[in-house]
Each structure stands twice: as structure tokens, then as C-alpha cells.
Design a protein around this ligand. Structure first.
Ligand SMILES: Cc1ncc(COP(=O)(O)O)c(C=O)c1O
Length: 349
């Protein structure tokens, strides 16, 4: 019998969907797929953007939909960073998702890294260095990720406000909040933030907290100064009609997902308790569905082999200055126990 693989390498979801997902699939009327949506006649994009609008109390016109957060990030970078007249600049956090640089490269944009620093068991944004980098590089776009992948640190709403205050209003600021629901249940800051900073785009997804990476559904809240992006991204014939129903169903099933997130929070504590005491290990605090763990590099091969033997895949980082680290997606409690046990066996703890 071939062993099943447990995927803890791409921050996916090992808990299964809320029961409402199966309900939508069972009850969905396939005839809907024979027609484009008619909601466009009402001047709206989708029943999903309409739903988001009432949930977040943000006008529908300021809501962008995409094929995952990935798609929205690509589109916004292509929209504002492309251009033949001059090469444009995107600032990205030094340790962050590799994808940001690759989308800037696609349009021959220049990406410049701004530093994050370590403070105890967490990474932090370096506001002074960010401000200096902005003054020096005069970027067209600044990307902030909160919580950031792979470092797991989040920016509290007050700090976000402070950061946005020193960024010029003609700079586009993209805040990647793919993991935000793990850090903060309260979303009431979004509306006033967009009103105060109309140059901001906040990107979210159903792939992480709502556990549907295979659905490919992301959404974003756009400040009014970015309306060019609305035209750029809107699909005039509408969106996937099955996805939009699934999207609404999972956003209504927040209790199910919050319950899973609470279990994850307990397991984050377990990781800290179990692995922090190991010699040469550092377990970073996390506000997301993954743990960043620094380990003695001499254990790398043995750790890889031992986890693979049990069918477990985790991400061993290779990026500069963060290459003696592993990023482990939180799985079910049993899976998390298995990873911890395997690591402890390897290092003889
Ligand atoms: C930081 C970050 N942003 C955005 C995404 C995009 O996810 P999706 O395209 O599935 O919404 C990911 C996926 O891993 C991510 O790590």
C-alpha cells in the first residue's frame, strides 16, 4: 500500500471544509452554469461581492474579486507597475512570499527589499527603515503583508495606521491580509482605514482561514483613489457562479472555521512548548496557520528523511538569511503531534 502524503508545506487546510460546502454542491442548480450572471445589470460584479459589501459595510464598487489572492496581487502589480516610460519600483518586505518579486519581474518592475528585524521570538517591521527606504527609492507601490509569510508576524491596526501615515497618498499601498483572520477577528478597522487612506488595497482570500485553496477565490477592498484598478480587474461577464455561492456559504460558516482556528492556536502553543527548549532551535511566535522554526542546519538531511519516511512534507527554507529555518503548516492535532515527535526523535530529545 502506498503511503498517503500529509501536505504541511504550502499552508493548506487539513481539517476538511465546513458542512455548508457539501450542502451548496448538493443543491447547486447546474442550469446556472448555462448562463452568465445577470447581477451585472444591477451594476454589481457578483452575488459574492454584494454579500461582502453588506458584511464589511464597504460599497460594492470598492470590492475586487479574483482567482485567489494570488490573482489580485498579480493584477494590481501589473496595473500600476507596468509602463514603458520609466521603470517603476515596488517595495517588499525582506522576508516574504517569493511571489511578490516574481510579479514585479513579469512587468519589468524593480523590486526593492525593506528590512524586518528579529525582536525576541518575533519578527517586526522596521518603521524607520521603511520610511528611509521610501524616501530613498520613491516607490510607486509598497507591499505590506500582515501576517507575513513566512515570519508569521502581524501589524496591529494602530501600527498599520502609523505606517500608512508616512507613505505619500500617490503611492499605491497593497496590504496582503491572506492570513489576517487568524490574527484578528475584528474587521471593523477596514472601512475607516480605506476612508482615511484611499490609496490602499487590502487583499484577502478564502484559501487560508476559510480553508478552500482549491476553490481559488480571493477578494480585496480598494480605496477610492485606485479606481483605475477597478476597471482593470472587472470581468464584464461575471464570475464563476458555483464559486460565488461557495464563497458566501463559507463566510456564513465562521463558527466552524473559528473553532478550527482555536484548535490551531492551542497547537501553536504546543509547538512553542515542545520545540523551544531544544538546543539550537528557535520557534517564532505566529499569527497564522504555520510555524517558522529555526533549527541547527546539520540536522537538515536527517529531518527531511525522517519526515519523508512518515509521508510528511514541510517547507525547508532556502532564501538568503532565512535558510536554516523550516515553515510548518499547522495540520490536525494528530499531524502536529507527529511532526513534533519526529523532530524530537531526530535530535534525540
Ligand atoms: C502571503 C500570501 N498571500 C497570498 C497567498 C495567496 O493565496 P491564494 O491565491 O490561494 O488566495 C498566499 C498563499 O500561500 C500567501 O502565502
Amino acid at each position: 500500500m502506498t503511503q498517503e502524503t500529509t501536505y504541511l508545506d504550502r499552508n493548506e487546510y487539513n481539517y476538511g471544509p465546513a458542512p455548508e460546502v457539501a450542502e451548496v454542491l448538493k443543491n447547486f442548480d447546474p442550469n446556472k452554469l448555462c448562463f452568465y450572471t445577470r447581477i451585472y445589470d444591477e451594476g454589481k460584479k457578483s452575488i459574492f461581492s454584494d454579500f461582502l459589501s453588506s458584511l464589511y459595510q464597504i460599497p460594492e464598487k470598492q470590492i475586487i474579486l479574483g482567482y485567489g489572492g494570488e490573482d489580485i496581487l498579480k493584477q494590481v502589480v501589473h496595473c500600476f507597475l507596468a509602463g514603458k516610460e520609466k521603470q517603476k519600483t515596488l517595495l517588499i518586505p525582506k522576508f516574504s512570499w517569493w511571489y511578490y518579486k516574481s510579479i514585479a519581474d513579469e512587468v519589468e518592475g524593480r523590486s526593492v527589499l525593506y528590512p524586518l528585524y528579529e525582536d525576541g521570538n518575533t519578527f517586526k517591521y522596521d518603521f524607520k527603515a521603511l520610511q528611509e527606504t521610501i524616501e530613498r527609492e520613491k516607490p510607486e507601490m509598497v507591499l505590506i503583508a500582515s501576517p507575513n509569510n513566512p515570519t508569521g508576524n502581524a501589524l496591529p491596526a494602530e501600527e498599520l495606521d502609523k505606517t500608512l501615515s508616512f507613505i505619500g497618498k500617490d503611492t499605491v499601498v497593497v496590504i496582503d491580509e491572506a492570513y489576517a483572520s487568524f490574527a484578528n477577528k475584528d474587521t471593523s478597522y477596514i472601512k475607516p482605514l480605506l476612508e482615511k487612506f484611499p490609496n490602499v488595497l487590502i487583499v484577502r482570500t478564502l484559501s487560508k482561514f476559510y480553508g478552500l485553496p482549491g476553490l481559488r477565490l480571493g477578494f480585496a477592498f480598494m480605496g477610492t483613489a485606485l479606481s483605475r484598478f477597478l476597471n482593470y480587474s472587472t470581468k464584464y461577464l461575471g464570475y464563476n457562479r458555483l464559486s460565488e455561492e461557495l464563497g458566501i456559504a463559507v463566510l456564513k460558516a465562521t463558527d466552524y472555521y473559528q473553532n478550527v482556528a482555536d484548535q490551531m492556536a492551542q497547537d501553536r502553543e504546543m509547538y512553542i512548548r515542545e520545540l523551544r527548549p531544544l538546543a539550537g532551535f528557535k520557534v517564532y511566535d505566529s499569527n497564522a496557520n504555520f510555524m517558522l522554526v529555526k533549527y541547527p542546519i546539520e540536522w537538515k538531511e536527517k529531518l527531511q528523511t525522517a519526515l519523508k519516511a512518515k509521508g510528511y512534507l514541510i517547507k525547508f527554507m532556502n532564501e538568503p538569511d532565512i535558510n536554516t529555518h523550516m515553515r510548518i503548516t499547522l495540520g490536525t492535532h494528530a499531524q502536529n503531534c507527529m511532526v513534533i515527535e519526529t523532530i524530537k526523535e531526530v535530535v534525540g530529545a
